[in-house]
Design a protein around this ligand. Sequence first.
Ligand code: 13P
Ligand code: SF4
Length: 345
Amino acid sequence: MFHLSTALPSREDILKAVEQYGYVPIEPPVGIDLFAEIERLKREKNAVLLAHYYQDADIQDIADFIGDSLGLSQKAAETDADIIVFAGVHFMAETAKILNPTKKVLIPDLNAGCSLSDSCPPEAFAAFKAKYPDHKVVSYINTSAAIKAMSDVIVTSSNAVPIVQALPKEWKLIFAPDKNLGMYVMRKTGREMILWDGVCMVHTIFSYQKVRAMRAQYPDAELIAHPECEPAILEEADFIGSTTALLNYVTRSPKRRFIVATESGILHQMRKAAPDKELIQAPAEYSCNCNTCPHMKLNTLEKIYNALLYEAPEVTLSPELIRAARLPIERMLEMSRELGLVSKG
Ligand code: 13P
Ligand code: SF4
């Protein structure tokens, strides 16, 4: 993983290495306390570290704010830090940059993409959208800036249902890119939408048969699921919600045992908030660790330390793209405020 010598690399060497590897490939000095060093760098540089719940536990523990996609974008919109380090995936860091064009936004590893976002390439989506010229576009935040720029309003898993419900009834809608979330929103709102055919590789890995067998084994357990899961799992679920909503549900529910159908990183906060509850990961189709998002897990404490120290990799976008992608994100933030939807991490 580490390829560059620590002996004072030039700025040019660092940028070249980032271009080649997607992160700063320098091994931090042996024996340093990464937690203390990251804290020191954050203070010295007036930097804030935002982390998604799907990050490894050590990253969650050192973050200034942990949240779901809505909470993180609300936090990014209001920060007065000079530097934002985004421990999440690329579309999240891009969203932070779009909301803060004059700030430096760093991502520990540029390779941290998202299978769902990748399932919706801009050229193909432009052609799809052109087939429905009288439709407005509602896009899930898990999309590239280019897709956001083609959208009328952005949603997250926390606010998709109330936002779609609040859109003018005469609007015909396209929903992209997650078809499972799209179907869930259609069911909850009763609104027809044209769906882009995309899914998340992590949330579609759960096995309906194995989940049913697990429920038979633990009849007292509640099944809780993220709306990116397949319809069969959602129909079976006792509660459906965004990462923050699932965390809050476990904390508040009088039940003691939960089968959790989402990415495994959230279990860390659930265990912290409700140490007396038993959390069982929903079983995947294959014997694998596939309810772990491989993109999210590319970030490490070492890469965060390097990102802060060398101020790279940086997320950059053209001013035109920022301008176009900002409007639908701001519409989401404004509608969320009006609807009283504040996602607290
Ligand atoms: P939320 O953060 O809205 O729960 O979405 C989960 C997710 O898959 C992020 O990529
Ligand atoms: Fe993308 Fe799914 Fe990973 Fe979220 S969990 S970042 S939607 S691949």
